[in-house]
Ligand binder design. Structure first.
Ligand code: PSV
Ligand code: MN
Ligand code: MN
Length: 423
């Protein structure tokens, strides 16, 4: 949909202004080149279910030109990656995105320079030809038959992932209860553990399993993997290939997510991340649109904790966006989310960790705050743009998306009334 000369022409137009900004900021920070290198390596996976307009339980407004097949979803992600060179991975949800011809999907991914990130299973909905219902849970269910069905589904998802070259499975369960007395908590926990153990024993040696937690919704009284403590219990009991996955929207209000991240890294049990933003619950809003300072603080802990553990920022954790909503163009939304993630990451890289450590040792509270806010308030957007420019991406991905009227082109190709599979 985009060719190199269109990207070059766009960049040419913005070059003089960009150069001024980049020259200025690279002159006042210690290591712009180091940040550019890290940004170039850092890729954020796009979930296949975020490419269509998400609905709420009150309705759904289709945006038009949405992808209706897995191939079209890959095309959309390929386009994002062309625009920013930071979205080089895709995360699939089964059965929404069954790769019927895995070879063809793999070669399409290679054409777009995309990798397959974590595979996601789905035992929170009943599918058309499904034998037993998940109405009262899946892995926690009182009926062993339902539990086995959920286990079998996850093993099938691993098989699809192996065909595509993925090496991780994310399990998010809607299991829980909506009313006091509905569930025996201990039995629900133990049934879930047993089910996860069966999946774990089918996990290939070089795979990881991520146990995602969520405080509430769709159940409103208890959730069986409700917080990071419960997830960590499962991950510890399962073994070294099992990790906790943090989704930013899955906490009770005001939770200190940066502290959670820090401690999980300390335990070597942080496996992956779902980025989004929220004001009230699991709102799945654009990353960085509501609480950008919190996002920066989280990244500061990620960088510090990963460095302390000798982990590679780009490859040792699964980074994914998990946002989808009602009123924005989903591709524009994803471009904004990736930009916000990269910005918070770059700001965290800028933190003077040596000075911060000294301030902490001296109980210099005001000094510590200055160090953090100095990094946060430095405008690093030209550094991000420079990283894109060098990789052949657009100085302004969203600007180019609009200049080329890409949504209108997609509507022309796919139609006005389209519905992408997913939520
Ligand atoms: C649940 O709210 C969640 O965050 C899980 O990651 C799911 O897999 C995803 O959203 C899509 O439903
Ligand atoms: Mn999630
Ligand atoms: Mn969620």
């Amino acid at each position: 949909m985009l060719n190199k000369s269109q990207i070059d022409a766009h960049n040419e137009k913005g070059l003089a202004k960009h150069k001024k900004g980049f020259d200025y900021v690279s002159g006042i920070i210690p290591d712009a080149e180091g940040i550019i290198k890290k940004l170039t390596d850092f890729q954020v996976a796009i979930p296949s279910w975020a490419l269509g307009s998400g609905g709420t339980r009150f309705g759904r407004f289709s945006g038009g030109g949405e992808p209706s097949t897995l191939e079209e979803k890959m095309e959309d992600i390929g386009l994002l990656h062309q625009l920013n060179r930071s979205s080089g991975a895709v995360s699939l949800h089964i059965p929404w995105d069954i790769p019927t011809d895995a070879k063809a999907i793999k070669s399409l991914a290679a054409d777009f320079d995309l990798k397959f990130d974590a595979m996601n299973s789905n035992t929170f909905q009943d599918q058309k030809d499904q034998k037993l219902s998940y109405k009262f849970g899946s892995m926690q269910h009182v009926d062993k038959g339902v539990r086995q069905q959920a286990v079998d589904h996850n093993i099938e998802v691993i098989k699809y992932g192996q065909e595509l070259g993925s090496n991780s499975l994310t399990v998010w369960l809607a299991d829980g209860s909506s009313f006091p007395g509905q569930l025996n908590f201990r039995n629900a926990f133990n049934n879930t553990l047993e089910s996860l153990q069966s999946i774990y024993s089918a996990l290939p040696d070089d795979w990881k399993i991520f146990v995602e937690y969520k405080a509430f919704e769709p159940n409103f009284y208890s959730t069986t993997v409700g917080d990071w403590g419960q997830s960590l219990l499962y991950a510890n009991k399962l073994g070294e290939k099992a990790y906790t996955l943090v989704d930013l929207g899955h906490h009770l209000p005001n939770a200190n997510i940066e502290q959670i991240v820090s401690l999980l890294l300390n335990e070597r049990k942080l496996g992956g991340f779902h980025f989004n933003d929220s004001k009230y619950g699991d709102d799945d809003l654009t990353v960085g649109s509501i609480k950008p300072y919190q996002l920066f603080l989280i990244f500061k802990e990620l960088v510090e904790g990963m460095d302390a553990r000798g982990l590679n920022h780009a490859t040792d954790l699964g980074w994914m966006i998990d946002a989808s909503h009602n009123i924005k163009d989903p591709l524009e939304d994803l471009l904004q989310s990736v930009e916000a993630i990269n910005l918070a990451y770059a700001q965290a890289l800028l933190v003077d960790s040596k000075a911060l450590n000294e301030a902490q040792l001296n109980n210099d509270v005001a000094g510590a705050q200055e160090i953090l806010q100095d990094a946060y308030r430095t405008d690093l957007r030209p550094v991000l743009a420079e990283a894109r420019l060098r990789e052949g991406a657009a100085l302004s991905p969203l600007g180019l998306f609009r200049e080329q009227k890409i949504r209108q082109q997609l509507i022309g190709k796919r139609g006005e009334k389209t519905v992408a599979t997913g939520l």
